[in-house]
Design a protein around this ligand. Structure first.
Ligand SMILES: *[C@@H]1O[C@H](CO)[C@@H](O)[C@H](O)[C@H]1NC(C)=O
Ligand SMILES: *[C@@H]1O[C@H](CO)[C@@H](O)[C@H](O)[C@H]1NC(C)=O
Ligand SMILES: *[C@@H]1O[C@H](CO)[C@@H](O)[C@H](O)[C@H]1NC(C)=O
Ligand SMILES: *[C@@H]1O[C@H](CO)[C@@H](O)[C@H](O)[C@H]1NC(C)=O
Ligand SMILES: *[C@@H]1O[C@H](CO)[C@@H](O)[C@H](O)[C@H]1NC(C)=O
Ligand SMILES: *[C@@H]1O[C@H](CO)[C@@H](O)[C@H](O)[C@H]1NC(C)=O
Ligand SMILES: *[C@@H]1O[C@H](CO)[C@@H](O)[C@H](O)[C@H]1NC(C)=O
Ligand SMILES: *[C@@H]1O[C@H](CO)[C@@H](O)[C@H](O)[C@H]1NC(C)=O
Ligand SMILES: *[C@@H]1O[C@H](CO)[C@@H](O)[C@H](O)[C@H]1NC(C)=O
Ligand SMILES: *[C@@H]1O[C@H](CO)[C@@H](O)[C@H](O)[C@H]1NC(C)=O
Ligand SMILES: *[C@@H]1O[C@H](CO)[C@@H](O)[C@H](O)[C@H]1NC(C)=O
Length: 864
C-alpha cells in the first residue's frame, strides 16, 4: 500500500514537473481581457480569472483545461455555459454569488475532475436532480455553502467521486443518505466546519452541526478512509458509530468541545475494527472545565489498533492513570499532548519510559487557554453515563505534588522523578517542551538510554545550566532559546558530543561567556554546525571561545553588545554565514578581516551580515573601508547601513574609500606637520635649557673630570686652597703678568699664584686644567684687556670662575677684575658689567707710586 502511494506521488510529481516545463508565459486571454492565460505545447489553455470582478462567465474556448473563476461576482451558471468545454479538467467557482444551478448548468463537462463551488448561496432544495449528471468523471467536489440549513444533496450521479467537502447538518436527517451508497470510491469526506458561534462568513470553512453520531450516520459511506469531523458540535457518539468503517485510517474529532473524554470511550471501543493510523482529538474539552485524567478504561481498546499518531492537545489533561499508557498501541510513533496541564508528579511518569513513540509534543504545558476561549453550549440532555465513569476518590492517591517553586535552586526535574536517572521513552527521537512554564535550574541529570536527536526546551525558564545532561549521545538539535539563562557551567554540554545545532538566542549569556577565557564551555561540541547566540547581551568573547567548532557553518551573534570582534574564527573552515548585525561595532580590525579573507579559500560564498552597527567612515577605519571595497566576502545589507559620519550607504564603499584616501592623506600630512612642530619645539626648549645652563654643565663636567684625574682633591678645611689666586689673562698680556704681576705678588708679597704657562699639568686637556685650577684657587684674578675680551679661552675661564662661585662657594664672589687698560663699557659683555657694578674690580694705575698701593690692595683682597 505504502509502495503504491509512493509510486502514485512520483507520478503526480512527474506530471506536475512536465506540466510546468510545458507551460508558456502569462498573457491576457482572448476570451476575456481581464484574465491571464498560459498554454501548453499541445495548445491546451490554463486561465486565471480569480478576483477580477466578473459578473458573468465569459464564453470559454474549447481548448481550456483549467480555469479559476474564484472571488468574482458571478450570480448564475446559465444553461449550456460549458457546453463546448469537453476538455476542462479543473473548474474553480468558489466565493461567488451563485444562488441557483439549472439542470444543464454543467452540461458538457464530461471530463471535469475538480469542481470547487464552495462559498456561494446555492439553495440545495432548489438543485435539480439532473445537474450533476454530466459530471461523470468528477473526482473532487467542494460544495460548502453560506447556509446553515440542513440539506441533503442527491449526488448519486457522481460515481467516480473520491473526495467531498460538504456541509453537514443533521436535524433528524442523515447527511450521508442512501444516495451515497453508489459512491464506491468516496475515500475522503471533510465536513469540518466552525461551531455555530464562530461561523466564518466567507463560507469556505463550511458549516457542520452533527450533535449526535449514531451507528447509521456513516452507514452509506463505508469506503471512507479519511474522515474530518472537527468543529461539528458533536455532543455524543453512540457506540458502534465507527465500527463499520473498516477502511478508516484518519479520524479527526477535534474541537468538539462537548464530547469530552467521557464521550471518547464510545469511540475508542470502535477503533480496533477500523484501520486507523491517525487519531486527532484536540480540544474535546471546554476551556474552563475541570482538569482531566485519561484512564485505563478509555485507552484500553487502543492496544488492539495499529494507530501511529495520537493528538490530544488542549484538553486540560493533567494525569494519566497509572498503567494507562501501557495501552497505547505498540505502533505509536507520534504522541502530541501539547497545551495541557500535565503534572510531572504522578507515578505515571515511569510509564512514559515504555512508550514506543519517536516524537512527543508536550509544548505549552500549563497554558490551557491557548486555543479560542469561547465555550460551546453543550446539550446536557445528551450527557449519559459513560462506560468509563470513574470515581474521583479512587484517583486521589495520584495526588499532585506541586513543585516548591520558592526553592528553585534545589527543585529540579530530577527530584520530581525521584530517581538518579530520568526515564524517557527508549525510542524517542524528538521532544518538544516549548513554553511550558518550567522554571528549573538544570542540574546533573543522566537520561535513560535513548535515541533523542531533537530537543526543544525553548521559552521556559531554565535559568542556570549546570549539567552535565548525560547520555544524550545522539542529540543533534537543541533549542534552549528564551530561557533567561545567565549561567552555564563548563560541564553542561559534555553529555551531547554529536550536537550539530545549538540555539541559545535570547538568553543572558553575556554575563558568563566573556569570562570563559580558555573556551571550555563549547569545547565538547566539536560537531556543531549551527550556533545561534543572538540577543544575549554579549560584550566580548574570548579569542579562543570557538576553537573547538571547526565544523561550524552558521554563527549568529546578532543583537549583542560587541564593540570589537576579537575572537578567532579562522579554524571554522566551513563557515558560510556569520551574522554580527546589530552590535556596536564601528570597525572590524585587520585581525578579523584577515581571518575572513583566509576563510574564503575554503568557503567562496562566505556571507557576513553587518547591518545595524554604528560603522564609522573616518580616517581611523580607512583600512576597514578599503577591505570592504575589495574583499570577495559577501557583506550583506550594506544598503541599509549608513556610515554615520558621512551620510553615505556603505555599499558604495569604493567611493567612500577614495574619498577617505584623499581626506586622510592630508590628515597624514597634518599629523606629520604637527609631529615635527612638536619635535622642533621640544628641541628648541631642550636646546634653550642646555644653552641656559651651558656653563653650569661644562663646569660640572670638568669638575668631575678633574676629580677623576686627581687634579682636584677634596679640601681638608675651608681655607686649604692650593693657590691664593688663579690668574686669567690673554697671551698678549703675558709680559705684564710674568714681569710685574708675579714679581709683585708672589716674590714680594708671598701670594701663591697659578698661571697656565707655568702651573698647568702637561698631558691633561686645557679645559680640565682651567676648571681644576679655578677650583683649587681661593680667588680668580681676571686681567681685563681688549685682548682678553677677544680670547675664547679667557671667556671660558671667566665663566668657569663664575660657576665656581655660584656652585662651589655658595655665591661668594671669587672673581677680581684687574683693568689693564680703559675699556668702553659698550665693549664689555653683560656678565662682566654685572661684576663691575658689584665693585669687585681694580684699575691698574701704571705709575710708580700708584703701583705700590695697587699691589698692596690686591694682596689684601686676595688673602681674605
Ligand atoms: C503567471 O501569473 C501567475 C499569477 O499572476 C504567477 O504566479 C505565475 O508565476 C506567472 N507565470 C509565469 C510563467 O509568468
Ligand atoms: C489547475 O490550476 C490550479 C490552480 O493553479 C491547480 O491547483 C490545479 O492543480 C490545476 N489542475 C490541473 C488539472 O491542471
Ligand atoms: C435550463 O434547461 C432546462 C432543460 O433543458 C429547462 O427546463 C430550464 O428551464 C432551463 N433554464 C433556464 C434558466 O434556461
Ligand atoms: C437521486 O438521483 C438518482 C439518479 O441520479 C435517482 O435515481 C434517485 O431517485 C434520486 N434520489 C432521490 C431521493 O431523489
Ligand atoms: C456510549 O454509547 C452508548 C450506546 O452503546 C450510549 O448509550 C451512551 O450514551 C454513549 N455514551 C456517550 C457518553 O456518548
Ligand atoms: C495491525 O497490523 C497487524 C500486522 O500488520 C495486523 O495483523 C492487524 O490486523 C492490524 N490490526 C488492525 C486493527 O488493523
Ligand atoms: C505542538 O503542539 C502545539 C499545540 O497544538 C502546536 O502548536 C505545535 O505546532 C506542535 N509542535 C510540533 C513540532 O508539532
Ligand atoms: C531547598 O531544598 C533542598 C533539598 O530539597 C533543601 O536541602 C534546602 O534546605 C531547601 N532550601 C530552602 C531555602 O528551602
Ligand atoms: C527555537 O525556539 C524559539 C523560541 O521558542 C523559536 O522561536 C525558534 O523558531 C526555535 N527554532 C527552531 C529552529 O525551531
Ligand atoms: C555520537 O557520538 C558517539 C560518541 O562520541 C559516537 O560513538 C556515535 O557514533 C555518534 N553517533 C552519531 C549518530 O553520530
Ligand atoms: C540571527 O538572529 C537574528 C535575531 O534572532 C535573526 O533576525 C537573524 O535572521 C539570524 N540570522 C541568521 C543568519 O540566522
Amino acid at each position: 500500500m505504502a509502495n503504491n502511494q509512493v509510486t502514485c506521488y512520483c507520478i503526480i510529481l512527474l506530471f506536475i514537473a512536465t506540466e510546468i516545463a510545458e507551460t508558456s508565459t502569462n498573457n491576457t486571454c482572448q476570451f476575456e481581457s481581464k484574465c491571464l492565460c498560459s498554454y501548453t505545447k499541445t495548445n491546451m489553455m490554463k486561465a486565471d480569472c480569480a478576483g477580477k470582478s466578473l459578473k458573468t462567465i465569459p464564453k470559454l474556448p474549447v481548448n481550456l483545461k483549467n480555469i479559476s473563476l474564484a472571488r468574482n461576482l458571478i450570480s448564475e451558471i446559465k444553461n449550456g455555459t460549458f457546453e463546448a468545454n469537453k476538455h476542462l479538467l479543473y473548474l474553480d467557482l468558489s466565493s461567488n454569488d451563485i444562488s441557483e444551478l439549472h439542470s444543464r448548468s454543467f452540461q458538457g463537462l464530461s471530463k471535469l475532475e475538480t469542481l470547487i463551488i464552495s462559498g456561494n448561496r446555492i439553495d440545495p432544495s432548489a438543485i435539480c436532480m439532473a445537474v450533476f449528471k454530466p459530471l461523470k468523471a468528477l473526482l473532487h467536489l467542494a460544495i460548502r455553502q453560506k447556509f446553515k440549513n440542513p440539506f441533503s444533496l442527491n449526488i448519486s450521479a457522481l460515481v467516480q467521486l473520491n473526495t467531498l467537502e460538504i456541509d453537514a447538518v443533521s436535524h433528524g436527517m442523515d447527511p450521508f443518505n442512501i444516495e451515497y451508497a453508489n459512491l464506491r470510491f468516496l475515500h475522503e469526506v471533510d465536513v469540518s466546519g466552525f461551531p455555530e458561534f464562530e461561523f466564518d462568513v466567507s463560507g469556505l470553512s463550511g458549516y457542520c452541526k452533527m450533535t449526535v453520531l449514531m451507528p447509521n450516520t456513516f452507514k452509506y459511506i463505508p469506503y471512507v478512509k479519511r474522515l474530518d469531523l472537527s468543529k461539528c458540535g458533536i455532543n455524543a457518539i453512540v457506540s458502534g458509530t465507527f465500527r463499520g468503517l473498516v477502511h478508516l485510517k484518519y479520524l479527526d474529532l477535534s474541537d468538539n468541545r462537548c464530547l469530552k473524554f467521557k464521550g471518547l470511550a464510545n469511540v475508542t471501543y470502535d477503533l480496533p475494527s477500523t484501520s486507523l493510523k491517525v487519531l486527532r482529538i484536540n480540544k474535546i474539552h471546554q476551556t474552563f472545565d475541570l482538569n482531566t485524567i485519561l484512564t485505563k478504561c478509555m485507552i484500553k481498546p487502543l492496544r488492539n489498533t495499529n494507530i501511529t499518531q495520537i493528538y490530544l492537545n488542549s484538553n486540560r489533561l493533567q494525569l494519566f492513570e497509572e498503567g494507562a499508557m501501557d495501552f497505547f498501541p505498540k505502533t505509536l510513533k507520534i504522541l502530541s499532548g501539547a497545551d495541557n496541564e500535565f503534572s510531572f508528579s504522578g507515578r505515571y511518569t515511569d510509564d512514559l519510559f515504555k512508550l514506543t513513540v519517536h516524537e512527543v509534543n508536550m509544548s505549552y504545558l500549563g497554558m490551557s487557554h491557548f486555543l479560542k476561549n469561547s465555550n460551546e453550549n453543550c446539550d446536557h440532555t445528551l450527557i449519559t453515563p459513560s462506560r468509563c465513569n470513574y470515581n474521583p476518590k479512587v484517583y486521589k492517591k495520584i495526588a499532585i505534588k506541586t513543585p516548591n517553586l520558592n526553592n528553585d535552586t534545589s527543585y529540579s526535574l530530577l527530584s520530581s522523578f525521584g530517581d538518579d536517572k530520568v526515564l524517557i521513552p527508549y525510542q524517542l527521537r524528538k521532544l518538544h517542551l516549548r513554553e511550558c512554564k518550567l522554571r528549573y535550574y538544570l542540574p546533573d541529570i543522566t537520561f535513560s538510554n535513548n535515541l533523542l536527536e531533537y530537543a526543544d526546551f525553548s521559552s521556559n525558564t531554565f535559568y542556570d545550566w549546570q549539567g552535565p545532561l548525560g547520555n544524550l549521545n545522539q542529540l543533534k538539535f537543541f533549542n534552549l532559546s528564551n530561557n533567561y539563562c545567565s549561567k552555564v557551567s563548563t560541564r553542561f554540554f559534555t553529555g551531547m558530543p554529536n550536537l550539530t545545532t545549538l540555539l541559545v538566542q535570547n538568553n543572558l549569556l553575556g554575563f558568563v561567556l566573556p569570562s570563559d577565557i580558555s573556551g571550555k564551555i563549547l569545547a565538547p561540541l566539536t560537531k556543531l554546525e549551527v550556533l545561534d547566540l543572538s540577543d544575549n547581551r554579549i560584550t566580548s568573547l574570548p579569542s579562543v571561545f570557538f576553537n573547538a567548532q571547526i565544523q561550524l557553518r552558521t554563527l549568529n551573534l546578532s543583537g549583542n553588545l560587541l564593540e570589537t570582534a576579537t575572537f578567532e574564527i579562522k579554524s571554522m573552515t566551513e563557515l558560510s554565514h556569520l551574522d554580527i548585525s546589530n552590535n556596536r561595532l564601528f570597525v572590524l580590525d585587520t585581525f578579523f578581516t584577515k581571518q575572513l579573507d583566509h576563510l574564503l579559500e575554503t568557503v567562496p560564498d562566505l556571507t557576513v551580515e553587518l547591518s545595524g552597527n554604528p560603522i564609522k567612515c573616518s580616517c581611523e577605519s580607512i583600512e576597514f573601508i578599503e577591505w570592504l571595497s575589495i574583499t570577495k566576502v559577501r557583506v550583506q545589507s550594506l544598503l541599509h547601513q549608513d556610515c554615520r559620519s558621512l551620510q553615505m550607504h556603505l555599499n558604495s564603499s569604493k567611493v567612500i574609500y577614495e574619498y577617505l584616501k584623499k581626506k586622510c592623506s592630508s590628515y597624514t600630512t597634518t599629523i606629520v606637520a604637527v609631529g615635527s612642530w612638536v619635535a622642533i619645539f621640544a628641541f628648541v626648549i631642550i636646546a634653550g635649557i642646555i644653552y641656559r645652563f651651558r656653563w653650569k654643565l661644562r663646569y660640572a663636567y670638568y669638575i668631575v673630570k678633574g676629580k677623576h684625574h686627581g687634579q682636584i682633591k677634596p679640601l681638608k678645611t675651608d681655607d686649604d686652597f692650593q693657590y691664593d689666586a688663579f690668574v686669567s689673562y690673554a697671551d698678549e698680556d703675558e709680559t705684564f703678568v710674568h714681569r710685574k704681576f708675579l714679581k709683585n705678588l708672589e716674590d714680594d708679597r708671598n701670594i701663591r699664584c697659578c698661571v697656565h704657562k707655568r702651573d698647568f699639568l702637561a698631558g691633561n686637556d686645557i679645559a680640565t686644567n682651567i676648571t681644576s685650577a679655578i677650583h683649587n684657587s681661593r680667588k680668580t684674578v681676571v686681567i681685563l684687556s681688549q685682548h682678553f675680551l677677544q680670547s675664547d679661552w679667557c671667556l671660558f675661564e671667566f665663566n668657569m670662575a663664575k660657576m665656581e662661585s655660584i656652585y662651589s662657594r655658595s655665591k661668594e664672589n671669587i672673581i677680581l677684575l684687574v683693568f689693564l687698560e680703559q675699556i668702553a663699557s659698550k665693549d664689555l659683555p653683560l656678565n662682566i658689567l654685572e661684576l663691575i657694578q658689584s665693585k669687585s674690580y681694580i684699575e691698574y694705575p701704571n705709575d710708580e707710586y700708584g703701583d705700590v698701593v695697587f699691589w698692596d690692595k690686591l694682596k689684601e683682597t686676595l688673602s681674605v
